[in-house]
Design a protein around this ligand. Structure first.
Ligand SMILES: Cc1cc2nc3c(=O)[nH]c(=O)nc-3n(C[C@H](O)[C@H](O)[C@H](O)COP(=O)(O)OP(=O)(O)OC[C@H]3O[C@@H](n4cnc5c(N)ncnc54)[C@H](O)[C@@H]3O)c2cc1C
Length: 1002
């Protein structure tokens, strides 16, 4: 029988015993409100209040529930909905930044949703530079700022954090046999009870960052040897992080770990990473103190006041804007609503006509009885076992990420300070790993279980920022079990976003505009992708991995014909875009099988999955030679790239020219027929996008190739993965400036083929009716032409640095044009090529990728794109003043290209050293096949604060550090491949060095 004194786990057989357990012993607190199972779906587990191991919650007895705790103001500058971690952090930061006429409305009492029962863990090291900064801010707020401001303690406990690296992981990383199978052939946790199997270990992404952010040179004496293992890299490099972000961390050997944590089994450990200033947040203490501090600055916090409606008005330009918030106790007029309603955020979104793509799931931990000797131990993350162990006074809380999490489909409004019954069948998969790590658990009873609702999203990242549907409606939700630790950093960014129109940091990874609107509205996508992200939360992110969930959402007209030819697709923005071409035949993407969870049949003999699995490596991937062949066929002959997933928009209307001048950094108002590569900036001069803009001839509509226009009209072609972001940026600027223009989306009405390489002209001249000579069709121009009898827009452009044309083709004409291209290309040895080749070819030529080489926190001057800015003209454009000032002051950071002679793969985030001193990290890295070298781009700055001018680059000796090994690197101020841009102009007077081109087709 299970009871409080029963051992945590004896054997696996306990799983069966637990199913007939006696109820947990009644615990100290008197029962409060109960969630009624009757109100939930039939599959819902009965739910009742459980003991949660905190000294206090903010819960009150029912009789004190007497309406709002304060009277409602008539109007406010912003209304924050939800009094959990995010709501409290947001109102605090709004008030701190000076917006004090703000109100927080909480339906129940503060923390009543998910926050009250959180485990409260705060780890400082996460897999991106932005996230490290967000976490650092939360820690500062709760460990220091709030106490200084209010004199109150938040309950922060700095007990440290340990990140476990076990031999099993090391073996998996280094043993090639373990990587030859598809995902799912190796079992985390020794295999869960449901038989769902997912490749373990996402921590490598984290590790990559750690490598990248390393700031001092590698100590070769560290344990006396090095191995090419990401995990080791993490352990070796982490301590150096402190020098960048002030995060103290230590690599401990198994023996040192045992000294620190005597109850830990270290027999299977490779080592651990100890971060002494990690710790544990107290939800009630944090939220009350935030609320006090905000109130002291003039903000208003009102509890017991549910929001029941959101009024939205439509202005003269047809733009929807937030108008007021409704409650049973009156309305508050406001231009800004911040949806911090946790798992209820979807409902709040519905009130405003906004889609909030998150899903509620059960997430749980159990609290043990007292464990002798556990006091003061650090919290533990054991990714191999997919569990965490949190110190709970003299006991532990044990939680983790299952492969078969329970969905909460009918989110109840009555759920406050409530919990679900724990589903032991689901939770049992954590027990073995936990007991393995701390064997004393085997003899320890379980005091209580904590299973509550939490919101999860398609990519395991929060949903933030102003929504595309309604201006003034902001999201601060979908926190994927990290809403305590990310709360402070995200609260501050959200406040900045609301006040200044944009966040301070690069928040694209959290921005709701990263998802296409057709996906945010699709329940299958939300559910499947959220499941996969949850289940893989502790798994390694390998460089060429792809999701298996919710694929084939958006397919272009070439999909089938390319799939038949072995196309291995990548998923971007819901589209299936070609990644590379498998010589061994088709590898279609199948319907999602939930990895066999929920007793669903698993896809058997899944070729696509196996191909992905083969590339689970941080070495050169096994398909390196295939990509090389695609690249070199393009460089030497001709290749066809299907780039149909591009965003294809028309900008028209009476103010189109004014809008184009203001939006685009480059002068796009050349003669009709011109095509210009340009950036779009935010008010801080940061690059929100790069794209090509083609000026169109006025004329009658010929959709989808040309819009109706009497005056100025532009055709915008935008990388498909960021089309929604571009769309929203343009719309926001048009609305803010009051320009009378319209933006039309024809992305799905046209396909796009890019035919590139020295033979492209010869090929295309056979099927196109127009003269393609340099004189008649120069670089950076476009025309509507007839190709194989079909009208298409041909654009002379290249994203790979070759002579080439893009054909923008109405979808019904796509297949005949493709067939004509392939037929004419046969004698030139044409090949299909994918985005893996584009990534390589473009970096070789020095073309930027937005959100890798170019982000909202980089200016075009820093990114080496000054040529896209019309600084010599007098035309004002958004962000121009910042660029002027930056130009006058001299750049403090700049992008630099590096090449490495040694044959070593790099993937971005590797540390850059100048004369042995860290000066930055790579943003992106690929192998360049024509120059036969690894290439990386990264921003560098002078640690002394000086100007990072070309002399600073020329005068330095550079090295790059990958997994603790330092490689000599050559810095280039110009692209190492075709620096004079001859090839795009069709000048092929200097043939490629053929010495290493053995396998290329030409
Ligand atoms: C078991 C478990 C363990 C966790 N452990 C950790 C951890 O270790 N570290 C970590 O960082 N995170 C952890 N998390 C996640 C973290 O607790 C959450 O991400 C965070 O608490 C979410 O805060 P929130 O403010 O977004 O949502 P909530 O706390 O749910 O707040 C939303 C609030 O909105 C209110 N509301 C809803 N509808 C309305 C309405 N109509 N009008 C007014 N108010 C409304 C609700 O009452 C609620 O108070 C854990 C979560 C769980 C479930």
């Amino acid at each position: 029988m299970y009871n409080g004194a029963m051992a945590f786990l004896g054997t696996a057989a306990v799983s069966r015993v637990l199913r007939c357990r006696a109820p947990l012993p009644p615990l100290c607190r008197a029962a409060g409100r109960h969630y009624s199972a009757a109100a939930a779906s039939s599959t819902e587990h009965q739910t009742k209040e459980k003991n949660v191991p905190y000294q206090k919650t903010l819960k009150q007895d029912d009789e004190t529930y007497r309406g709002p705790t304060k009277s409602l103001p008539r109007a406010a500058d912003a209304v924050v909905i939800g009094g959990g971690s995010l709501g409290c952090q947001t109102i605090y930061h709004l008030a701190k930044m000076g917006m004090t006429n703000v109100v927080l409305l909480e339906r129940d009492r503060l923390t009543a949703g998910t926050t009250w029962h959180t485990a409260g863990l705060l780890w400082q090291l996460r897999p991106s530079d932005t996230e490290v900064e967000l976490l650092a801010h939360t820690r500062n707020v709760i460990s220091s700022d709030l106490e200084k401001e209010t004199g109150l303690e938040t309950g922060w406990i700095q007990n440290g954090g340990l990140f476990i690296a076990s031999n099993k992981q090391l073996w998996e990383m280094t043993n090639p046999d373990s990587r030859t199978q598809g995902r799912g052939d190796l079992l985390p946790n020794g295999g869960g009870p449901q038989g769902a199997e997912i490749w373990p270990d996402r921590k490598a992404a984290h590790v990559t960052l750690l490598s990248a952010l390393a700031t001092s040179s590698w100590s070769s004496n560290c344990w006396g040897y090095r191995q090419e293992c990401f995990l080791q890299c993490c352990l070796f490099v982490c301590p150096q992080l402190g020098k960048v972000y002030g995060i103290e961390s230590y690599v401990l050997s198994p023996a040192e770990t045992k000294d620190l944590y005597p109850l830990m089994n270290v027999d299977d450990l490779y080592g651990t990473l100890y971060v002494p200033k990690d710790g544990t947040m107290d939800p009630a203490g944090t939220c009350t103190t935030l609320s006090r501090a905000a109130t002291a600055r003039g903000a208003t916090v009102i509890e017991n006041c549910p929001v029941t409606g959101i009024q939205v008005s439509t202005d003269d330009l047809g733009v929807k804007r937030v108008k007021a918030v409704e409650t049973p106790f009156g309305s508050i007029e406001t231009p800004c609503v911040v949806n911090c309603a946790g798992v209820w955020a979807t409902k709040l979104g519905d009130m405003a006509g906004v889609k909030v793509p998150l899903i509620a799931m059960h997430h749980a931990y159990v609290v043990t009885e007292r464990i002798e000797g556990i006091q003061n131990m650090p919290n533990v993350r054991d990714h191999d076992a997919s569990v965490y162990l949190r110190l709970q006074g003299d006991a532990l809380s044990v939680g983790g990420y299952e492969q078969n999490p329970v969905f909460w489909d009918e989110v109840s409004d009555k759920f406050a300070f409530s919990l679900f019954d724990l589903d032991w069948d689901v939770f049992m998969q954590h027990i073995e790993g936990a007991v393995n790590r701390v064997p004393a658990l085997e003899q320890t009873g379980i005091k209580s279980t904590v299973c509550g609702p939490e919101s999860f999203t398609a990519d395991h990242k929060p949903l933030m920022g102003e929504t595309p549907e309604v201006r003034g409606f902001f999201l601060g939700c979908g926190f994927n079990s990290a809403g305590m630790m990310l709360g402070g950093g995200c609260g501050r960014e959200l406040a900045h976003w609301i006040i200044h129109g944009r966040p301070e940091k690069d928040m694209y990874g959290y921005d709701i505009r990263r998802f296409h609107h057709s996906l945010t509205n699709n329940n299958r996508w939300i559910r499947e992708r959220s499941h996969e992200s949850y289940a893989k939360n502790y798994s390694v992110v390998f460089p060429f991995d792809e999701p298996l969930a919710s694929r084939n959402m958006r397919r272009d007209p070439f999909h089938q014909v390319l799939q038949d030819q072995g196309c291995v697709f990548q998923e971007r923005h819901g589209w299936e875009r070609p990644g590379w071409f498998n010589r061994e035949g088709p590898a279609p993407v199948l319907d999602y099988d939930y990895y066999g969870a929920y007793e669903l049949p698993k896809n058997s003999d899944y070729k696509y999955n196996k191909l992905l699995g083969k590339e689970y490596t941080f070495d050169f991937p096994p398909h390196h030679e295939v990509i090389k062949d695609e690249c070199l066929t393009c460089r030497n002959g001709v290749a066809v790239f299907n780039m149909s997933y591009f965003g294809k928009f028309f900008l028209t209307g009476p103010d189109a020219k004014k809008a184009a001048d203001w939006l685009f950094t480059a002068d796009v108002n050349k003669a009709p027929g011109s095509t210009v590569y340009t950036c779009m900036l935010n008010g801080k001069g940061g690059a929100e996008a790069d794209l090509t803009v083609s000026r169109l001839e006025p004329g009658a509509a010929h959709l989808p190739l040309a819009p109706e226009s009497n005056g100025d009209a532009y055709y915008l072609a935008i990388g498909g993965g960021v089309a929604q972001h571009n769309w929203c940026h343009i719309q926001t600027v048009l609305q803010d400036q009051g320009f009378r223009c319209s933006l039309h989306d024809h992305s799905e009405d046209m396909g796009m083929l890019s035919i590139q390489g020295p033979k492209s002209r010869e090929l295309l001249q056979e099927i196109v009716d127009a003269d393609l000579s340099n004189e008649a069709f120069p670089f950076s121009s476009h025309k509507v032409v007839t190709a194989a009898g079909h009208k298409v827009r041909a654009m002379r452009l290249s994203f790979v640095g070759e002579l080439g044309w893009e054909l923008h083709i109405p979808k019904d004409s796509c297949m005949p044009v493709y067939q004509a291209v392939m037929a004419a290309g046969a004698k030139h040895g044409i090949c299909n090529a994918g985005y893996r080749a584009i990534d390589s070819l473009s970096i070789e030529k020095g073309y930027r990728h937005w959100h890798a080489d170019l982000r909202p926190d980089d200016t075009p001057l820093e990114a080496g794109l000054a040529f896209t800015c019309k600084m010599k003209s007098k035309i004002p454009f958004l962000g121009r003043d910042v660029l002027e000032a930056q130009k006058a002051a001299g750049l403090r950071r700049r992008i630099v290209c590096f090449t490495v002679d040694e044959k070593v793969p790099m993937f971005g985030l590797e540390a850059i050293f100048r004369n042995g001193v860290p000066v930055g990290h790579l943003r992106r890295s690929e192998y360049g096949y024509a120059i036969d070298k690894t290439i990386g781009y990264g921003y560098i700055s002078d640690p002394e604060g000086g100007v990072a001018n070309p002399d600073f680059v020329r005068s330095g000796e550079f090295t790059l550090e990958r997994m603790g090994v330092v490689y000599k690197a050559k810095a280039h101020l110009k692209s190492p491949f075709d620096p004079e841009n001859k090839r795009v102009k069709g000048i092929y007077d200097a043939p490629l060095d053929q010495s290493h081109l053995h396998k290329a087709r030409m």
